[in-house]
Ligand binder design. Structure first.
Ligand code: CP
Ligand code: NVA
Length: 310
């Protein structure tokens, strides 16, 4: 494995990068996306291999990383728990030592953040978080990029989070602290965000509201996620009852700024966390948001392997 720069970085949480690195990445993603849309070949990762390890299901993460890596001239190896020795209890530390001798970059989607951290601690190559129970940094990278594309800087803006205090909510809080915006959080009782788990120290980066309508008031972006995340399926029935008022509908969107955007990391359940009118309506940017996963991750992989370009 040969890095184009001296210091190896992992991307395990949103706060692993600084604000000025995000400015660079968002600009780089814009350039990479424009080239792609113009059918310009750009293959800086020829002979580089990405291993993708999935311990949970995925559509967007798999397709965006795999297509993105091929577009940049590289190749991918796809592993799941069921078809690798990870499913037969080979330790993350041993898997990391072996896999990282053969590839240049690793993306992991798993349950506990701790598994990802242990893998990264024993990896010779950069490791990217493709979602854990605690965080989903690649998604928020795409979401902030999408906001900037549509509305310009996110600094000073208000993002309303309606729903579970989950991996997405935690990562929004980290992004707010680093990039200088505020998250208005409304969750049902018992599903609050935990600042310690989210890893945010600056309480000014978020405000808690009991009612989702209050959280949406004046927001520049309203966003939500499934009521039951992967790994929590046993709680499905109790969550369906607890979350019934946390459905983003047109009334909630009317509380936000008139030009507020709606985002959802997808997959979505229409009629649960969001109505069809909202997700399929004019303020929704969910399809751009999903596509942008690929463009921002191409910029991220380029950065982790080659450092700054130009
Ligand atoms: N948003 C997201 O990560 O989607 P997948 O679960 O399909 O990868
Ligand atoms: N919070 C969801 C996000 C899915 C992309 C989950 O973890 O299942």
């Amino acid at each position: 494995m040969k890095l184009g720069h001296s210091l190896m970085k992992h991307y395990l949480q949103f706060k692993d990068l600084r604000a000025e690195e995000y400015s660079y990445l968002f600009e780089r993603a814009r350039i990479i996306k424009t080239r792609f849309k113009n059918y310009e070949k750009y293959q800086p990762l020829v002979d580089r291999t990405l291993a993708m390890i999935f311990e949970k299901a995925s559509t967007r993460t798999r397709v965006s990383f795999e297509a993105g890596m091929y577009q940049m001239g590289g190749s991918v190896v796809h592993l799941t728990t069921g078809d690798s020795q990870l499913g037969r209890a080979e330790p993350a530390e041993d898997s990391a030592r072996v896999i990282s001798r053969m590839v240049d970059l690793v993306m992991i989607r798993t349950f506990e953040q701790d598994m990802l951290e242990r893998f990264a601690a024993h990896s010779r190559v950069p490791v990217i978080n493709g979602l854990t129970n605690e965080y989903h940094p690649c998604q928020i990278l795409a979401d902030v990029f999408t906001f900037i594309e549509q509305r310009g800087s996110i600094q000073g803006k208000v993002v309303a989070w309606v729903g579970d205090g989950n991996n997405m909510a935690n990562t929004w809080l980290q992004a707010a602290e680093i990039l200088g915006f505020t998250v208005h959080v409304s969750t049902p009782s018992g599903y609050e965000v935990d600042a310690a788990v989210a890893g945010v120290g600056d309480s000014n980066c978020y405000k808690v509201f009991n009612h989702p309508m209050q959280a949406c008031e004046g927001a520049h972006l309203v966003t939500t996620d499934v009521w039951t995340s992967m790994g929590y399926e046993a709680q499905n029935e109790e969550r369906r009852k607890a979350f019934v008022d946390w459905c983003v509908d047109e009334e909630m969107m009317a509380m936000a700024q008139p030009d507020a955007l709606f985002m959802h990391c997808l997959p979505a359940h229409r009629g649960e966390e969001v109505t069809a009118d909202v997700i399929d309506g004019p303020q929704s940017v969910v399809w751009d948001e999903a596509e942008n996963r690929m463009h921002v991750q191409k910029a991220l992989m380029e950065y982790l392997l080659l450092g700054r370009i130009g």
